[in-house]
Ligand binder design. Structure first.
Ligand SMILES: Nc1nc2c(ncn2[C@@H]2O[C@H](COP(=O)(O)OP(=O)(O)OP(=O)(O)O)[C@@H](O)[C@H]2O)c(=O)[nH]1
Ligand SMILES: [Mg+2]
Length: 320
């Protein structure tokens, strides 16, 4: 769409959503969007890629960039995840730095900040999980002032809860007030720069994170083997998807399949429902489990799941 074709009163803002793992970045984005686009789990390091999640408030388009939690880990997968977080903060109008109110907030912020070589550009701090703390017994203002002294580009803070919606209304108002005149990036109502193939792998991985324990969620990846859109009728879209869940060791394959195939069946059934809701029609989902030793250091697999190498990447990778 040409810029001239857009409404002259259109406003737009792009905001990166950054923070340590598990602080509630993806939950916050889903709360603002009004539906569960990006995946959430109670385990850290759920989100692995950076991507856009767009919604509108009247004539204002808000593009939130979900990012992986910033953490330290020498594994190639983790280095690339942190690389994604940094890329997600490039070229945005504003950064939201999410800090979990139930943690040692200043220490967590320092730990977050040390991963960025250059100072952050214009930022707001969003304190999350307000429903889990007694706010009247805390001095959030003092914590904020200490954090601000470490990073002068921080302008203000909000205390929110994605569980009960605390202060979300005030925050969306402030976002709309800050947005400047400009064309919408997604004028046709698309919500992301990632396609259905990506979200299909995410919804499968979300179920794996939910059902599998200990190291297993971190040692699985999901790749699409085949994705076919079947258009019989415009109003009745259908998709046939074959996907592989990659595991690191043969013993993990047995756990993901489960007794009598029960675990993979549950992963498939739950993921299919979520993919169907997004496709708006019927989905046939065929899942396989494949052993791909040390896939998390394998350049080919990491590229395939949308994690290109970063400046910190190892020089040599094992070839597939
Ligand atoms: N009580 C409460 N729990 C929350 C809130 N926001 C998120 N959570 C929970 O915190 C956990 C982590 O949430 P996510 O949204 O996946 O966190 P994230 O920051 O995206 O995590 P990564 O992608 O791993 O970096 C989940 O169990 C959420 O249900 C909140 O406002 N209140
Ligand atoms: Mg996340």
């Amino acid at each position: 769409m040409l810029i001239e074709d857009q409404h002259p009163l259109n406003k737009s803002i792009m905001i990166s959503v950054l923070g340590k793992p598990n602080v509630g970045k993806s939950s916050f984005i889903n709360h603002l969007l009004g539906f569960d686009l990006t995946i959430v789990s109670n385990k850290p390091q759920t989100t692995r890629n950076h991507f856009h999640c767009a919604f509108t408030i009247d004539r204002t388009e808000v593009v939130l960039v979900d990012t992986p939690g910033v953490h330290s880990n020498a594994q190639e997968l983790n280095k690339r995840m942190v690389g994604q977080a940094k890329m997600g903060s490039e070229g945005v109008d504003l950064n939201f730095i999410l800090i979990d109110l139930t943690t040692n907030m200043v220490a967590e912020f320092k730990d977050f900040l040390k991963n960025f070589d250059a100072p952050l550009t214009r930022s707001w701090v969003i304190f999350t999980k307000a429903d889990l703390v007694k706010l009247d017994e805390m001095n959030v203002e003092a914590v904020f002032n200490e954090i601000k002294s470490l990073s002068p580009s921080i302008e203000k803070y909000f205390v929110i809860s994605s569980k009960d919606g605390h202060n979300i209304h005030e925050l969306t108002g402030a976002i709309a007030d800050t947005a400047e005149s400009g064309p919408h990036l997604y004028p046709h109502g698309d919500v992301s720069n990632k396609n259905m193939r990506f979200f299909a792998t995410e919804y499968i991985r979300e179920q794996a994170f939910r059902l599998l324990k200990e190291e297993l969620p971190y040692e699985i990846a999901v790749v699409i083997d085949e994705y076919k859109d079947i258009v019989k009728k415009e109003t009745d879209p259908e998709a046939h998807i074959s996907a592989s869940i990659l595991v690191n060791r043969p013993s993990q394959r047995a756990i993901v399949v489960g007794k009598g195939g029960m675990v993979i069946k549950e992963i498939g059934q739950n993921a299919r429902k979520k993919i169907e809701a997004m496709v708006g029609g019927k989905v046939h989902l065929n899942l396989h489990v494949k052993v791909s030793p040390k896939w998390f250091n394998n350049n080919w697999v990491l590229d395939e799941i949308g994690l290109p190498r970063t400046q910190n990447s190892a020089r040599v990778w094992r070839k597939k």
